[in-house]
Design a binder for this molecule. Structure first.
Ligand code: ADP
Length: 303
């Protein structure tokens, strides 16, 4: 492959890559902040400014021989809501799932280019995937509570990670954070499966934030919900961004306008490969799109 091929630096043989590699293991206990400071001056690329959580540099993804996306360059900012919009199949979920290495288990998945998390290569050889999932939580399109009690759902990840101290307070904090506490505080031991769809999705958000991640990824979190439940999820997203960095995939442009600070519009190029067409502040993207493809999409002429 040529050097300009965004998939040239592919896994699993990336150890031969000349790309910058982190000096720390993400698994180091409590070591991330210190290690970031220690290594920043020496080796962090110039793009890794303080409020940049993720930096994509020419990222491309293949599933087997199929190129899903290529040439993604963008930065995702701290304590903002970033929305990914675009027609079906343009790679929104693929790109989202790259952010916490959810695609790794897919046979044939390969990522090229460079994806930095706080300036550190998320796909570097020493990165611990459990630690990645701890820092970068995810909520899926269809609410997927475990067949356990409300309490046990929220406590699940904390227990698995050995965070047993103050579990009751942790569960309450997460449920309050997900705007669900008042509705469930008297039935914490009841099955989560008895909750409504909207409550189940807020429970899944509580489950994700119970271990106090840095980032919450939301993959069409309201698309299976009715308008009232959708509104409560959108309100919640507004509240969550004060504590977390949020990335949300949505097929609903109005939802992106309502919740997102920045919006990325993806589309398919003439080879049907996903590409990032335009990425800017949400108001600007919807009111003054700079690319004709964005204009056509948001005015309903395409997609
Ligand atoms: P979107 O979220 O925008 O609908 P996706 O990220 O789901 O797009 O898909 C982007 C492209 O990658 C599509 O062509 C899709 O068929 C392909 N793709 C997604 N997941 C897989 C997979 N697990 N295996 C093979 N191809 C996949």
């Amino acid at each position: 492959m040529s050097r300009t091929d965004p998939l040239a630096d592919t896994r699993p043989d990336a150890s031969t890559s000349t790309a910058w590699r982190p000096r720390l293991r993400l698994s180091q206990p409590d070591g991330l902040a210190a290690a970031l400071e220690a290594s920043a001056a020496a080796s962090a690329p110039a793009v890794a400014t303080e409020d940049v959580v993720f930096q994509f540099n020419g990222v491309g993804v293949k599933y087997g021989e199929k190129r899903a996306v290529e040439g993604i360059d963008m930065a995702i900012h701290r304590n903002q809501v970033t929305a990914f919009i675009g027609p079906s199949g343009c790679g929104k979920s693929t790109v989202l799932r790259c952010l916490n290495r959810m695609n790794d288990s897919i046979v044939g998945f390969r990522i090229g280019g460079q994806l930095l998390y706080h300036g550190h290569d998320l796909y570097g050889p020493n990165v611990n995937r459990v630690e990645v999932r701890r820092r970068i939580g995810m909520v899926f399109q269809k609410p997927n509570p475990f067949p356990k009690s409300i309490y046990d759902n929220v406590a699940w990840a904390a227990r698995n990670l050995g965070m047993r101290d103050g579990l009751d307070e942790r569960v309450e904090r997460a449920l309050r954070g997900a705007a669900l506490w008042d509705e469930v505080k008297d039935r914490l031991k009841s099955s989560a499966l008895g909750l409504s769809g909207g409550q189940q999705q807020r429970l899944c958000i509580a489950r994700a934030i119970a271990i106090e991640p840095d980032v919450v990824l939301l993959d069409e979190p309201a698309s299976a919900l009715d308008p009232i439940a959708t509104a409560s999820i959108e309100d919640l997203v507004h509240q969550l961004k004060t504590r977390y960095t949020i990335v949300i995939v949505t097929h609903n442009m109005q939802q992106a306008m309502r919740v997102a600070d920045r919006t990325a519009f993806f589309s398919l190029d003439d080879r049907r490969v996903g590409t990032l067409v335009e990425y800017r502040d949400t108001a600007g993207l919807f009111s003054r799109p700079q690319d004709a493809r964005t204009r056509d999409y948001i005015t309903g002429r395409f997609g």
